[in-house]
Design a binder for this molecule. Structure first.
Ligand code: DQA
Length: 167
């Protein structure tokens, strides 16, 4: 008799587990995606990315709310208001990633799981992009996959939240 194969855990179950709410925040200059340095950031607009995230969220049973601001304080306000309204955050802090103690403090204060997202791979770019101020307040980072980084980060966050729920 052939040995029984162990059943692999489902990578990403879809549909049933509604009730997850994910806040997606993008920082300065990301409203210019589509025309901003396309050789680095690609041709997809932020609206295109938000659309993909909402659609993928639906498949995964997660409601996605996506916002962008050029203002550090606005991003801090949204993070600060996220407790109780969202189960997790995706944050592309853009240039604030490398400078903002305020964003780090906001993430620590609210205590929600956050995934740091980048379209490019900052570690492979200029030295001043190699440091992330927000990384120590995040559960994970997805970078370098172009606009797909956002979608991969959403999949990872949903999986992380589901695993946490099952514990
Ligand atoms: C970025 C990388 C940052 O270094 C840069 O300042 C950005 C975009 C990215 O998504 O690749 O604005 O966060």
């Amino acid at each position: 008799m052939a040995a029984k194969k162990a059943k692999a855990p489902p990578l990403l179950r879809t549909g049933a587990k509604a009730g997850l709410r994910v806040l997606v925040l993008s920082g300065p200059n990301l409203q210019l995606l589509g025309t901003r340095e396309p050789e680095i950031y690609g041709r997809e607009t932020l609206a295109d990315i938000h659309e993909r995230l909402v659609a993928r969220g639906k498949e995964l049973g997660a409601q996605v709310t996506a916002r962008q601001s050029n203002h550090e304080g606005q991003l801090c306000d949204w993070i600060g208001e996220a407790g109780g309204a969202f189960e997790g955050i995706l944050l592309n802090g853009a240039a604030y990633t490398h400078t903002s103690l305020a964003l780090f403090d906001a993430l620590k204060a609210v205590g929600l799981p956050c995934v740091e997202v980048h379209i490019s791979n900052p570690e492979a770019r200029e030295a001043y992009r190699h440091t992330s101020r927000i990384a120590p307040a995040c559960i994970a980072k997805v970078s370098g996959f172009g606009a797909d980084s956002y979608v991969l980060a959403l999949e990872g966050l949903v999986r992380w939240l589901e695993k946490k729920k099952a514990r």
